[in-house]
Design a protein around this ligand. Structure first.
Ligand SMILES: [Zn+2]
Length: 123
């Protein structure tokens, strides 16, 4: 049974196992929360699906999510395009999610395979 005072943030991430722990740790630290709700699809930033949007909304509404991290990573099997193109998509995906949740902080990140997580600058 979860502590009713538990705090949450949300991560929209690829399903790739290599970037689960690093993105979870980054999200927990960034928003100072106890738990991270993980919303995953292969190459999720390529196109934010209705399902992803619904899961983010549940995390925000039911768990009072403190913020959202949107992640992409190199060598993505689900989105086999260049790193630069993926980063553009990641920033756009974050902007879309932000537009649906005014006032919520949404941070696009690049999850490197060495475990480092870099914040992508928004234009
Ligand atoms: Zn991937």
């Amino acid at each position: 049974m979860a502590d009713p005072n538990s705090t949450f943030a949300t991560a929209v991430n690829c399903m790739d196992g290599r970037v689960q722990e690093s993105v979870t740790a980054f999200t927990r630290r960034e928003f100072g929360v106890d738990y991270v709700d993980m919303v995953t699809e292969a190459g999720v930033v390529a196109s934010i699906s209705e399902g992803v949007r619904r899961h983010v909304a549940i995390s925000v509404q039911a768990h009072d999510s403190k913020g959202v991290v949107v992640a992409a990573h190199p060598g993505c099997a689900g989105n086999p395009i260049s790193d630069e193109e993926q980063k553009v998509q990641c920033v756009q995906a974050a902007a879309l999610i932000a537009s649906e949740h005014p006032g919520l902080s949404v941070i696009p990140v690049w999850a490197r395979l060495d475990g480092a997580v870099e914040v992508l600058l928004t234009p």
